[in-house]
Design a protein around this ligand. Sequence first.
Ligand code: S3P
Length: 174
Amino acid sequence: MMKKNTKKRNIVLIGMSGAGKSTVGISLSYKLKMPFVDMDHYIARTQNMPISQIFEEKGCDYFRAIETETAKYMGTHYHNTIISTGGGVVLCPENMQYLKKNSVVVYINRSVEHILKTLKTEKRPLLKDNPLKLYDMYKERHHLYLKYADVVVANGGDFKSGVQNVYDAIIELI
Ligand code: S3P
């Protein structure tokens, strides 16, 4: 688990929608004085439309292709940056091959019960019609998150504990 000399590496946050990737990432970026980027925000900016609109107008496959391009770009060109990913990034092995290149990958694991209490599912294209789909998505993805993670951190419900746990784990690593 212990990896040294990670100072110039990226910290890539993976996990389900609502696990706390962005919240934890922004907080960590202040604490560690590292820049923060959210892959979905980057995609929305470069495509000039919100993620929900990309799904509606261009479809899921189009989004996934752009997600892979973005993973390639960030994995190749970004250093010393905290990168928050979309929950589905682990579905394509190529994405993780790029993102793992120069990074520590942190899986933020939060239970579906806790996620459903706080997640605004109407803003998530894959969940807006049926938020309970999260249970199946967790089953499908949990082993993938574990497979790609260098470190697994529990977000025990409230984001404060999530931030603190990730921070403690990262400090151990670097
Ligand atoms: C997705 C999660 C979303 C976003 C897209 C697809 C997924 O990101 O990338 O809607 O497949 O789980 P968040 O994890 O930030 O919600």
